[in-house]
Design a protein around this ligand. Structure first.
Ligand code: NAD
Ligand code: TYD
Length: 339
C-alpha cells in the first residue's frame, strides 16, 4: 500500500506518519507538505532515511504539483491533514483558511478522482458542530448534530466536509471523514493552549487564559487519534462520518493548573486576558458510532497523557526553542505582547 499523508510535517500528521510506519512494515508513506509556519521539517528527521518514507514539499492547492505526485506514486490511500488549523489566526486572516482548507481539499480530491484511490480520508474537527452550552453536560455532538460553525476556521473545515460528502455522492469517490476533539501530545505547535502553557511556564512567563477560563474542551491524546484514523481508513464505511473524542472534558483553567502542578510552577503565573471573539463555550463528543462499528475507544487517560506530554517538552527543548526563536516571536508579540 502507498499512503499519501498531506500536512505530515504538522502536529497530528507527523504523529500519524510515525504510527503508520511502525504499524505497517510493508507500507510506503509519502508526506506532502507546504511547510508553512506550522510545518517543521525537523519533526520528520527520524524517518527521513527510512526507504519506505518520502517527503515532498508542495502546496495542496497547487494542482500541477499534486497531480505530478499522484502520477509518480499512484497512492492507494490519501489522508488529508493539511490545513490552516488555528482559530485565532483565522480571525485575523480568514481568506487564507478558505483557500487551503476548501480549495486544497477539492484539489486533492480531484487528483483522487483522476488517478483512482481506495480511500480518501478527510481529517475534520468537532468545531464544525459549533458549541454546546456550559450548563447542559448531558448534550454531546453526534454525527447527526447539525453543522453550525462559529469561526472562519470551523466554517472552512465545515465547507470542506460538505465538499467531501458531495464528491462521494456525485462522483462515487470512496471517502470517509473523522471529526475529532482537541488533540494534545508531542510535536504540538506552541500557539495552541497546552504547548503554549507548558513552554511559558517553563520560562516563568505569564499564562494567558482567555476570558474566565471556563470554556470546556474534550482532550484526546494524539496517538489515540492516530489509531482511530487507522481503523477508519481500513475498516470504516465509505461515505460515513466518524466522531472521535477523548471522553475527557476539562475547563481551560483546570488544564492550565494541571500543567502548573506538573511543572511545580505557581498559579500566580496565570493571567486572565481578553476573550477570543466568538469563543466556543464547550465541545463534547459522543463517539458511540466508532466504538460500536470499529471497536475504538480512547486508551490514554488525561492525567497520564499530560504527564507524557510535559515530559516530551522537557526532553525536546531544541525542537520548540527553534520554533519560538523564529517568526513565532512576531505572532506572540501581536497576540500576547501587552500581558
Ligand atoms: P498543524 O497546524 O500542526 O499542521 C498543519 C500542517 O499542514 C503543517 O505541516 C503545514 O505546513 C501543512 N499545510 C498547511 N497549509 C498547507 C498547504 N496549503 N499545502 C500543504 N501543506 C499545508 O495542524 P494539526 O493540529 O496537526 O491538525 C491537522 C488536521 O487536524 C487539520 O486538518 C485540523 O483541522 C485537524 N484537527 C486538529 C485538531 C487539533 O487539536 N490539533 C483538532 C481537530 C481537527
Ligand atoms: P486552542 O488550543 O487554540 O484550540 P481550539 O480553539 O481549537 O479549541 O484553544 C483551546 C482552548 O484554550 C480554547 O478555549 C481557547 C483557550 N486558549 C486560552 O485560553 N489561551 C490561549 O493562549 C490559547 C492559545 C487558547
Amino acid at each position: 500500500m502507498t499512503v499519501i499523508v498531506t500536512g505530515g510535517a504538522g502536529f497530528i500528521g507527523s504523529n500519524f506518519i510515525f504510527y503508520m510506519l511502525k504499524r505497517y512494515p510493508d507500507y510506503r508513506i509519502i508526506c506532502l507538505d507546504k511547510l508553512t509556519y506550522a510545518g517543521n521539517f525537523s519533526t520528520l528527521a527520524s524517518v527521513m532515511d527510512n526507504p519506505r518514507f518520502r517527503f515532498v514539499r508542495a502546496d495542496i492547492c497547487d494542482r500541477k504539483a499534486v497531480y505530478n505526485l499522484f502520477e509518480e506514486e499512484h497512492p492507494d490511500i490519501v489522508v488529508n491533514f493539511a490545513a490552516e488549523s488555528h482559530v485565532d489566526r483565522s480571525i485575523e486572516n480568514p481568506c487564507l483558511f478558505l483557500k487551503t482548507n476548501i480549495i486544497g481539499t477539492a484539489t486533492i480530491m480531484d487528483a483522487c478522482r483522476e488517478y483512482g484511490i481506495i480511500r480518501y480520508h478527510q481529517v475534520s474537527t468537532d468545531e464544525v458542530y459549533g458549541d454546546l452550552p456550559l450548563d447542559r453536560p448531558d448534550l454531546l455532538f453526534t454525527e447527526e448534530t447539525p453543522i453550525r460553525t462559529s469561526s472562519p476556521y470551523s466554517s472552512s473545515k465545515a465547507a470542506a466536509d460538505l465538499l467531501v460528502l458531495a464528491y462521494h455522492r456525485t462522483y462515487g469517490l470512496p471517502v470517509t471523514i473523522s471529526r475529532c476533539s482537541n488533540n494534545y501530545g508531542p510535536y504540538h505547535f506552541p500557539e495552541k493552549l497546552i504547548p503554549l502553557m507548558i513552554i511559558n511556564a517553563l520560562s516563568d512567563k505569564p499564562l494567558p487564559v482567555y476570558g474566565e477560563g471556563i470554556n470546556v474542551r474534550d482532550w484526546l491524546y494524539v496517538e489515540d487519534h492516530c489509531k482511530a484514523i487507522d481503523l477508519i481508513i481500513h475498516k470504516g464505511r465509505a461515505g460515513e462520518v466518524y466522531n472521535i473524542g477523548g471522553r475527557n472534558e476539562m475547563r481551560n483553567i483546570d488544564v492550565v493548573k494541571m500543567i502548573c502542578d506538573a511543572l511545580g510552577k505557581p498559579y500566580t503565573l496565570i493571567r486572565f486576558v481578553t476573550d477570543r471573539k466568538g469563543h466556543d463555550l464547550r465541545y463534547a463528543i459522543d463517539a458511540t458510532k466508532i466504538h460500536n462499528e470499529l471497536g475504538w475507544f480512547p486508551e490514554t487517560k488525561f492525567a497520564d497523557g499530560i504527564k507524557k506530554t510535559v515530559q516530551w517538552y522537557l526532553d525536546n527543548r531544541e525542537w520548540w526553542e527553534t520554533i519560538i526563536s523564529g517568526e513565532y516571536q512576531n505572532y506572540y508579540e501581536k497576540m500576547y505582547g501587552n500581558i
